[in-house]
Design a protein around this ligand. Structure first.
Ligand SMILES: Nc1ncnc2c1ncn2[C@@H]1O[C@H](COP(=O)(O)OP(=O)(O)OP(=O)(O)O)[C@@H](O)[C@H]1O
Ligand SMILES: [Mg+2]
Length: 407
């Protein structure tokens, strides 16, 4: 079973490419579901068929569905949110602020992924293709289980202790607004489910394909998205450059097209150079909107040729590795298309803090690195390499020199 997620900036062709990929894979004999988490019903528009929150057969072997994010939200998060809101206002927080604090950004889309997990687990599909909401949303959404982990680890134990203290007081006055234990149990259940979603999303059979158009603004955002995805531990197994203009036979006769083709070629060269090993597929700008199964199937065929769109991801390099280099240790993180100037690195206690275009990841250092200092960092061939040297203060044996192998 494979899961392919399509993401990218707004309007670049995510829905079209996801549907074309699904149609192509079904034509090759796979049982395929294409699932949209985007509340705008664009997957139905692209396929030209009405969709519901249950898989609908569109063609032999090809099914499509539209997740009802509102319903998923109501089911899972409502109770927790109501409780948080009540607790905050009871603690004297202004109701408007309480409302704001109890909102978890992107929660609806994340909950839509619970449906992805249910479908992936159903055993019905060889391939599940996900048409995600535009980049910003998706990134937040994908990172959210980590945020929630933090929340549960740090906040709920405190809440629980505080609750135990205030409960007698609450009971003496008006009753507690929501049974607190129920809400905590709901939050914990939700957390467990989201952890399972995250495990599915970061498993080796799941890949992300990033769609872009070869334009400077889009490419700049694609770089940030790609590195943030890598930062959060998602595997990107390819880029799709969409709406590529063909070069005209005569630039003098067709200056408009020639201008676009030249500008796009420049962007494509930069993308190809920085993508390294990552495959970059291209999709031509079609003469009309690729809407309906026939047009999408054709697009999928042109995009993948003889390739199986659902082929297992190539043995990707490990996302994070630790190797020895003389007396130094090298921590290496896969960060394709990242640029040095966008990256910031700091040490905070036993963590390495990586910041990249507004996204932050804490890497808990293994014991052996905690006793080292950062001796340098650089980006090479799509990987961030951080060199660590034994710190003579924390690791006196390193001073003893020859023959001392740190354990
Ligand atoms: N290769 C192409 N040639 C011509 N038109 C295309 C091509 N790819 C996509 N389109 C058209 O561009 C429009 C946007 O495509 P699509 O809906 O797939 O983008 P999206 O990234 O899913 O957008 P959103 O961010 O709104 O979800 C649609 O009208 C689609 O038919
Ligand atoms: Mg779309």
């Amino acid at each position: 079973m494979r899961v392919l997620l399509f993401t990218g900036k707004g309007g670049v062709g995510k829905t079209t490419t996801a549907a074309a990929t699904a149609a192509r894979s079904a034509a090759r004999g796979h049982k395929v579901l294409v699932l949209s988490t985007d509340p705008a019903h664009s997957l139905a528009d692209a396929l030209g068929v009405p969709l519901t929150s249950e898989p609908t057969e569109v063609d032999g072997g090809l099914y499509a569905m539209q997740v009802d994010t509102q319903a998923a939200f109501e089911r899972s998060w409502h109770e927790v949110q109501a409780y948080l809101r009540a607790l905050l206002s009871r603690a004297g927080v202004d109701p408007v602020q309480a409302e704001e604090l109890s909102v978890l950004p992107g929660a609806e889309e994340v909950l839509a992924l619970l449906e992805l997990r249910a479908q992936a687990d159903s055993g019905r599909w060889d391939l599940v293709v996900v048409d995600c909401a535009p980049t910003g949303e998706t990134l937040r959404l994908l990172a959210l289980p980590e945020a929630l982990q933090w929340y549960v680890d740090k906040v709920f134990p405190v809440h629980r202790r505080a609750l135990r203290a205030v409960r007698p007081l609450l009971q003496r006055g008006s009753p507690a607004p929501v049974p607190a234990d129920g809400a905590l149990a709901a939050a914990e259940r939700l957390h467990r489910q989201l952890s399972e979603v995250r495990a599915l999303l970061t498993s080796p059979t799941t890949s992300v394909r990033l769609v872009l158009t070869p334009e400077a603004v889009v490419v700049a955002e694609a770089r940030r998205t790609l590195t943030s995805l890598a930062l959060y531990g998602y595997r990107v197994d390819g880029l799709v450059a969409n709406r590529v203009f063909p070069a005209p036979a005569s630039a003098a006769d067709e200056p408009f097209l020639a201008g676009w083709a030249a500008a796009q070629a420049e962007q494509m060269a930069a993308v190809r150079r920085d993508a390294g090993e990552l495959p970059v597929r291209t999709q031509a700008y079609r003469a009309s909107e690729p809407v309906g199964l026939a047009a999408l199937s054709e697009l999928g065929e042109l995009l993948y040729g003889d390739e199986d769109p659902a082929a297992p991801a190539p043995e990707a390099d490990e996302l994070l590795t630790l190797t020895r280099d003389g007396e130094a240790f090298v921590l290496s993180l896969w960060l394709p298309l990242a640029r040095r100037e966008d990256l910031d690195l700091a040490r905070s206690g036993d963590d390495l803090v990586l910041t990249l275009g507004g996204h932050r990841r804490l890497l808990a250092l293994p014991a052996v690195l905690r006793r080292c200092r950062v001796a340098g960092a650089g980006l090479e061939q799509g990987r961030l390499q951080v060199r660590f040297l034994p710190d003579p203060v924390k690791w006196p044996s390193a001073l003893a020199g020859a023959g001392q192998e740190p354990g």
